[in-house]
Design a protein around this ligand. Structure first.
Ligand code: NAG
Ligand code: NAG
Ligand code: NAG
Ligand code: NAG
Ligand code: NAG
Ligand code: NAG
Ligand code: CA
Length: 527
């Protein structure tokens, strides 16, 4: 009986489809034990876990109340948006609610009363979690789709943004891009960013409401129509550079750049019919858990993978404490059909008791010392357990010992410092006159010129004499007749003859010039 249960469990991963189970209890010749597989959570409706932000402030209609009309009924401008009346308000949350059959609820913007100034709005969706898209993003617009918009995405919780797809009724005019269709992409261009004209043309506001980012069509490039050959897709996701990331997001941003125009030009006399209204944003995807979890739960306001394989972190992106014998690796879809779990291993499970904090996955036994030591420590670490930083690096105090960023380069200035090593807080040892953590600065009263040199002159103590000026603390520029480091010496002191003749010629010239000037003035005044 027990054997039968084990057998059934073992078959489950296949029966339930790929990668739904992280482990199962199996019976082998050595007795029962766990067998581990690559695994991933089910796809979910991600709009249920999103936080939304609409920009700029004041873009949502109804404050103050405003009238609007539709392209189909342009002269009946009796509809009203009023933020203070629940039935007439159109707040952002209505893009994510559950709708009763036939009754659309929607966020709506103010009307384009400031035409010709563009009517711009950003709708930013954030999950605070990496998500892998598994189906199309579908945005539903009431009263017509924008004639120009773009979709952006972030992979780092909104720190950096990248274009995802451009949409316009004329791609060349709006973005200087030729119009393309996802259906025309090939296996080598499956992650290309395109501009499409398929979702921006006017076709009546009731008929064509949706704007898509076509995830399924891109999957179909590998998996075929109806996505029958998912194995091929999973194989490609492992091998094609950047393909997995293309479908991964933490945030999405819709930039609405020009509203629906009703298939004609903007009619200035009736701007009440130009605005944006979004009734739904459907985002289908699964938590990215690096193939180390088959459950993802919503805890404390954020999605979190329930990590297996002795991994941990929001995306199961590292090994649990005491399971860091090998460096962390994502699970793999390969080999088909169960993939590789690439589980983290407990210290002591592999080579005696040699922890390498994930900076090495090899140990070796040194006979004459009778120790086991890590080999080829990575991430600029060194030592028996890769627990020290290499020379020229120092320990990042806020990183754990198994962090890839645990060692930071000292970066000592080659000229200003004595050597390229630094102390535990990253301070380098400076040559005389140099200063600063990296010795790329000079102490007061020193100047930098491929190293630090004591000031020759300055404005306080080492002042240039006799009207000389101090050039970059490096030397005094002396007036004629003076010399010396601080122009303290008159040239006359050393060679009287030369000095006298020089100064008399000088005087003579001045006298000549002044006389010439006076002569000129007189002529002028005589007239
Ligand atoms: C929308 O976001 C972009 C950055 O992605 C920003 O440059 C632009 O100013 C924003 N527009 C509005 C209307 O807030
Ligand atoms: C994002 O998620 C992390 C990990 O779950 C959590 O610690 C953090 O507070 C969340 N941040 C926000 C802004 O919700
Ligand atoms: C994780 O660690 C526990 C405790 O040592 C062990 O029983 C389990 O088999 C490990 N799991 C994997 C996938 O290695
Ligand atoms: C130190 O480690 C933390 C945690 O990993 C990391 O966020 C930070 O960037 C590191 N600091 C430097 C200077 O690399
Ligand atoms: C590193 O050197 C700086 C400058 O000499 C000093 O202020 C700091 O205390 C030193 N840090 C350690 C840990 O020795
Ligand atoms: C100017 O120079 C000439 C010839 O060098 C000299 O004869 C004359 O005395 C000088 N005049 C004055 C005012 O020094
Ligand atoms: Ca709605």
């Amino acid at each position: 009986m027990l054997n039968l249960v084990a057998f059934l469990l073992h078959c489950l991963p296949l029966a339930m489809g790929h990668y739904d189970i992280c482990k199962s209890w199996v019976t082998t010749d050595d007795g029962p034990s766990w067998e581990f597989y690559a695994c991933q959570p089910k796809a979910m409706r991600m709009k249920d876990y999103v936080t939304v932000r609409v920009d700029p402030p004041g873009i949502t209609c109804g404050d103050p109340p405003e009238r609007f009309c539709t392209h189909e009924n342009p002269y009946l401008c009796s509809d009203e948006c009023d933020a203070s009346t629940p039935d007439l308000a159109h707040p952002p949350k209505l893009m994510f609610d559950k709708e009763d059959e036939g009754l659309a609820t929607y966020w709506q913007s103010v009307t384009w009363s400031r035409y010709p100034e563009p009517l711009l709005a950003n709708i930013t969706l954030s999950w605070n979690k990496s998500i892998e898209l598994t189906d199309d993003i579908v945005v539903t617009f009431e009263y017509g789709r924008p004639t120009i918009m773009m979709l952006e995405k972030s992979l780092d919780n909104g720190r950096t943004w990248h274009p995802y797809q451009y949409y316009a009724d004329d791609c060349m005019e709006a973005f200087g891009m030729p119009a393309r269709r996802v259906r025309d992409l090939s296996t080598t261009s499956a992650n290309r960013i395109i501009c499409t004209e398929e979702y921006s043309r006017w076709a009546g506001s009731k008929k064509e409401k949706n704007v898509r980012l076509e995830v399924r069509d891109r999957f179909a490039i590998f998996a075929g129509q109806d996505l029958r050959n998912m194995d091929n897709l999973y194989t490609r996701l492992e091998s094609a550079k950047g393909l997995k990331d293309f479908f991964t997001v933490t945030d999405l941003r819709m930039r609405l750049l020009r509203p629906a125009l009703g298939g004609t030009y903007v009619q200035r006399e009736n701007l009440y019919k130009y605005f944006y209204a979004v009734s739904n944003i459907e985002v289908t995807g699964r938590c990215k858990c690096n193939l180390h979890a088959n459950l993802c739960s919503f805890k404390e306001g954020s999605l979190q993978c329930e990590c297996e394989h002795n991994t941990t972190g929001q995306d199961c992106g590292k090994c649990k404490k005491n399971f860091r014998t090998r460096s962390w690796r994502a699970g793999s879809y390969l080999p088909l059909p169960n993939g590789s779990p690439n589980a983290c291993a407990a210290a002591g499970s592999a080579f005696g008791n040699c922890e390498c904090y994930g900076h090495s996955n090899r140990c070796s036994y040194i006979d004459f010392l009778n120790v086991v030591t890590c080999v080829s420590c990575k991430h600029n670490t060194r030592g028996q357990h890769c627990q020290h930083c290499r020379l020229g690096f120092y320990r990042n105090g806020s990183a754990e010992l198994d962090d890839e960023n645990v060692c930071i380069e000292c970066n000592c200035n080659q000229i200003g410092s004595l050597h390229d090593r630094c102390n535990e807080t990253g301070y380098c040892e400076c040559r005389e006159g140099a200063a600063g953590p990296k010795c790329d600065d000079c102490l007061p009263n020193y100047y930098w010129r491929q190293g630090c040199f004591p000031n020759v002159c300055d404005e306080e103590l080492l002042i240039c004499q006799n009207g000389g000026t101090c050039y970059q603390n490096q030397r005094c520029i002396c007036p004629a007749g003076y010399k010396g480091v601080l122009c303290e010496q008159s040239k006359c002191d050393s060679d009287n003859k030369a000095c006298n003749s020089a100064s008399s010629t000088y005087l003579n010239l001045t006298t000549f010039l002044i006389s010439a000037l006076i002569l000129q003035l007189r002529r002028l005044l005589d007239f």
